[in-house]
Design a protein around this ligand. Structure first.
Ligand SMILES: NC(=O)c1ccc[n+]([C@@H]2O[C@H](COP(=O)([O-])OP(=O)(O)OC[C@H]3O[C@@H](n4cnc5c(N)ncnc54)[C@H](OP(=O)(O)O)[C@@H]3O)[C@@H](O)[C@H]2O)c1
Length: 310
C-alpha cells in the first residue's frame, strides 16, 4: 500500500510517499481503508523529533492521528464494528492515518460516521474535537462566566470556542485580524488580534478583575504566566501543553490532553452532522500531495483544520 513515510527524524520536507506492507489488525484493532485524514501539530513534532525524548517513534513512521474510512478487517475481540462500517477514529501517537490502509489502534477510539457528515469533516474532527471537549470538561464553565481562549482559530481552538459558547459562557477569542469574522461565527463575543494587541491587557479591559477561565492553546511553560495574568484571583488556566501548577494570585492550572470517554466521539460527530458544531477546514489536499500538505502546514498560517483525502 502507499503511505506517507518518514524514514528517520528530520524536516517534514523529507517525507515521501512510498510502498510499505499493508498492516493486519491485532487484538482490539481495526484495519480501515482510509478515505481521509487530517493534520495536527503533534504530527510535526513526532516527525521532526521535537518530542522524541518522551514520545519516541519507530521508523518507518506514517503520520496521521485522525482517520475516517471503511472497516476492511477487525482484530480479535472487536465487537463494536464489522467489515463495511464507515467510521472516524482517533489514533493518538501511533498515528498511521496517512496511508491507504490504517490500523485503528483501539476500536474504542472509533465511532460510526453519521451518513450526513462529510468526509473532510469526519477526518478533521477526532483529535481536535476530542481535545477541545477534554479542555471544556476541565474548565467547568458556568453560564455567563468569562473565558479567554488563546489560539482560538486553530484546530483545537475552533472547537473550543464553540463548546465554550454552548455552556453559556462569554468568550473572548484571540486570532489574527483577518480571522475576526471566523471567530465571531464560531461564537466569540469579542476578539483580540494577538499579533498587534496585548492580549492580557485587552482581556482585563473586557473583564475588569479578570476572566474566570483562560484556555491557552498556544503557549507552554513559563510563557503561560502572561495569559494567567488575565484570570481573576483564584481563577483557572487550562492547557493541552505543560507549565507551572499555579500562578500568582491563586490562579491554578490544569493540563490535559486528548481523551476518549465512551460516547464522546459519537456525540461530537452527531453535533457536527446536525450542524450544531462547525468544522472549520482551511485547506484540502489529495493524498498524492500529502508531502506538500505537511510542508504547508509546517510553514503557512492555516486556520482550523487541514484535510487530506484519498
Ligand atoms: N496534549 C494533547 O493531547 C494535545 C492534543 C491536541 C493538541 N495539542 C497541542 O495543542 C496546541 C494547539 O493545537 P492545534 O491543533 O489547535 O494547533 P494549531 O491548529 O496550530 O493552532 C494553534 C493556534 O495558536 C495560534 N498561536 C500561535 N502562537 C500564538 C500566540 N503567541 N498567541 C496567540 N495565539 C497563537 C496560531 O495562530 P497562527 O496561525 O496565527 O500562528 C493557531 O491559530 C498545539 O501545541 C498541540 O500540539 C495537545
Amino acid at each position: 500500500m502507499k503511505a506517507l513515510v518518514a524514514r528517520s527524524y528530520g524536516p517534514v520536507e523529507d517525507l515521501v510517499i512510498a510502498d510499505i506492507p499493508k498492516p493486519a489488525p491485532g487484538p482490539g484493532q481495526l484495519l480501515v481503508r482510509t478515505e481521509a485524514s487530517a493534520l495536527n501539530a503533534i504530527d510535526l513534532a513526532l516527525v521532526t523529533g521535537g518530542v522524541k525524548d518522551h514520545l519516541p517513534i519507530q521508523h518507518p513512521f506514517v503520520p496521521g492521528l485522525d482517520v475516517t474510512g471503511v472497516v476492511e478487517a477487525v482484530g480479535e475481540g472487536v465487537s463494536r464494528f464489522t467489515v463495511g462500517d464507515r467510521i472516524l477514529a482517533w489514533n493518538g501517537v501511533p498515528s498511521g492515518g496517512l496511508a491507504e490502509y490504517a490500523l485503528v489502534q483501539d476500536a474504542h477510539s472509533a465511532a460510526l460516521r453519521p451518513a450526513t457528515l462529510g468526509l473532510a469533516e469526519s477526518a478533521a474532527l477526532p483529535t481536535a474535537g476530542l481535545t477541545a471537549a477534554a479542555l471544556i470538561d476541565e474548565a467547568k464553565l458556568q453560564a455567563g462566566e468569562n473565558v479567554l481562549v488563546v489560539g482560538a482559530s486553530g484546530g483545537v481552538g475552533s472547537f473550543t470556542v464553540q463548546l465554550a459558547k454552548q455552556t453559556g459562557a462569554k468568550v473572548l477569542a484571540t486570532g489574527r485580524a483577518d480571522e475576526e469574522d471566523l471567530l465571531r461565527r464560531l461564537g466569540a463575543d469579542t476578539t483580540v488580534d494577538y499579533k498587534t494587541s496585548d492580549v492580557t491587557a485587552e482581556a482585563l479591559r473586557w473583564a475588569p478583575g479578570g476572566v474566570g477561565v483562560v484556555i491557552d492553546l498556544a503557549q507552554a511553560g513559563p510563557a503561560l504566566a502572561g495569559s494567567a495574568a488575565a484570570a481573576r484571583p483564584g481563577g483557572r488556566l487550562i492547557s493541552p501543553l505543560g507549565g507551572p501548577a499555579a500562578f500568582d494570585r491563586g490562579v491554578t492550572a490544569i493540563y490535559t490532553g486528548t481523551r476518549t470517554p465512551e460516547g464522546r466521539l459519537e456525540a461530537l460527530a452527531a453535533q457536527a452532522a446536525e450542524g450544531r458544531l462547525h468544522v472549520e477546514i482551511s485547506a484540502r489536499y489529495s493524498f498524492a500531495d500529502a508531502p506538500q500538505a505537511l510542508a504547508d502546514y509546517a510553514h503557512k498560517h492555516l486556520p482550523g483544520k487541514v484535510v487530506i483525502t484519498f
